[in-house]
Design a protein around this ligand. Structure first.
Ligand code: 4AD
Ligand code: MG
Length: 449
């Protein structure tokens, strides 16, 4: 018999037609005349309560069943007299598919997130991680809906690449089993840090495109916002400038918040209660707000005037550290802020040089609690300016000849951005550590699971 998902059972009216459900036991309570079993199958935040009457085979089968066991039950769905649940299931048959002994690590009491990271293969069974991964799924689908709904073409950019888009030297090498020292691809190859350069040539043919896939960075930063493997969304638009880019980023973030509120009510309510008290309020605020805008120069001024003892004092020309980003969004703007026109010297070669010669047409979106969530720019479309920038940074022009070709043949202004998908999931779920929003976090010194 086909199993019914608990999510659907909880939403349907009571019925006399027997159904089958499967799941993992969360709790068991046995009384003289009946036993209660709460099971969860991952389809919903809530558990389904099963009731077996004493004297039935189902009651006998419950003997020895402990938290964590996988079971299959057959019975009928009844209206529940209990508080906090609409329906429950009176069962007449129960099969223990896989028992769990008493050392099952997820007993009912709350565990720390640190402990759960060590049992990454079991943590999806907790309320917390079930919620996070269902929200992640809804957001992933919403990314495609958003861009497909606007006519953007999903471009599949490569994972193995020969170019360092960001020029930060943070690439993992890709090597084949030693073949006499020869490079498998004829020259050094790496895991991509960004699909942008390839997305640019797709946009300069198809108009509006986006990528959504894994990216890799060998940054040695063990922070709550960095992963060595993360998923990035990179839209790229032809015939578009920095304002178009910022507007798209703002629309996109608001749409993601709205979708999460619409489709993940139970998950957000749970996470709000146990983790970040402001989370769905913050989402609603964000979805209705107009993002603040600051130029980098204005941001630098605000930091100067802050009178705050930052760990790293800020001066014009320096990167914004995470503490600066958070100060700008949380204290100066009280919400998301789009910072534009960063100094040329701290940004990659492909960003369009502004008329002042000192800044580039960059825009980062900073969000409360997260800091940088989006990084984007208008791209340099003028060949001589691009070549000058590449020389300045010591980049090998021959390796990026194809990229320069886009400026030689039918060049036009174009712009795009990158959004770290895990930072978005962090923002929406309120999870403080990025390692808690991806099934298998990759970070320096960590490759379990
Ligand atoms: O700012 P970044 O480095 O920009 C780019 O890669 C551009 N090529 C994007 C573009 O214009 N198409 O990275 C973009 C975003 C960041 O804003 C951040 O959200 C995320 O990617 N990100 C990371 N997320 C998790 N772990 C890391 N180590 C990340 N590094 C960047
Ligand atoms: Mg950035």
């Amino acid at each position: 018999m086909k199993r019914r998902r608990i999510r659907d059972v909880l939403a349907a009216p009571p019925s006399d037609t027997p159904i089958t459900v499967c799941g993992w036991v969360r709790t068991k309570r046995t009384a003289k005349r009946f036993a209660f079993l709460a099971i969860n199958d991952g389809s919903s935040q809530d558990t389904l309560q099963l009731i077996a009457d004493a004297g039935t085979p189902a009651f006998a089968a419950l003997d020895g069943v402990l938290t964590g066991a996988a079971v299959r039950a057959r019975g009928v769905v009844k209206a529940s007299p209990g508080a906090g649940q609409r329906v429950e299931m009176q069962i007449d048959a129960l099969d223990v598919l896989g028992p769990a002994p008493a050392d099952y690590p997820l007993q009912k009491k709350g565990h720390t997130l640190e402990f759960l990271r060590d049992i990454g293969h079991l943590r999806p069974r907790t309320n917390t991680f079930g919620a996070v991964f269902r929200v992640r799924n809804v957001l992933a689908a919403a990314v495609h809906e958003f861009f497909q709904g606007r006519g953007f073409v999903w471009a599949h950019t490569p994972i193995i690449t020969g170019s360092d888009c960001e020029g930060a030297g943070e690439m993992f090498r890709v090597a084949a089993p030693a073949a006499g020292g020869a490079e498998f691809f004829g020259r050094p190859a790496h895991l991509t840090v960004s699909g942008q350069l390839e997305a640019e040539f797709m946009a300069m043919a198809l108009g509006d495109v986006y990528t959504f896939g894994p990216t890799f960075r060998a940054e040695n930063s063990n922070t709550s916002r960095h992963l060595s493997e993360f998923w990035m969304i990179e839209p790229e638009m032809a015939f578009a400038d920095l304002d178009d880019d910022a507007a798209l980023a703002e629309d996109f973030l608001k749409a993601m918040c709205r979708t999460a509120l619409e489709r993940c009510g139970a998950e957000l309510a749970f996470l709000e209660k146990h983790y970040d008290a402001a989370s769905s309020g913050a989402l609603r605020d964000l979805a209705e707000s107009t993002f603040a805008r600051l130029s980098y120069t204005e941001a630098a001024d605000a930091l100067q005037k802050a009178g705050v003892d930052f760990e790293i004092p800020h001066a014009w020309g320096q990167e914004l550290a995470s503490e600066h980003e958070r100060y700008l969004t949380e204290q100066v703007c009280g919400g998301p802020v789009i910072v534009t026109d960063y100094p040329r010297a701290i940004k990659p070669f492909y960003m369009r040089v502004n008329d002042d010669g000192e800044t580039v047409a960059a825009m980062d979106v900073l969000a409360p609690r997260i800091g940088e969530i989006v990084g984007g720019s208008q791209r340099e479309e003028r060949l001589p300016v691009l070549e000058r920038r590449m020389d300045e940074l010591g980049l090998d022009r021959s390796e990026l000849a194809w990229y320069c070709d886009l400026r030689r043949y039918g060049s036009a202004e174009h712009a795009g951005f990158g959004l770290g998908f895990e930072r978005l999931v962090q923002f929406v779920t309120g999870m403080a550590n990025i390692r808690d929003v991806i099934p298998c976090p990759r970070a320096p010194g960590t490759i379990d699971f």
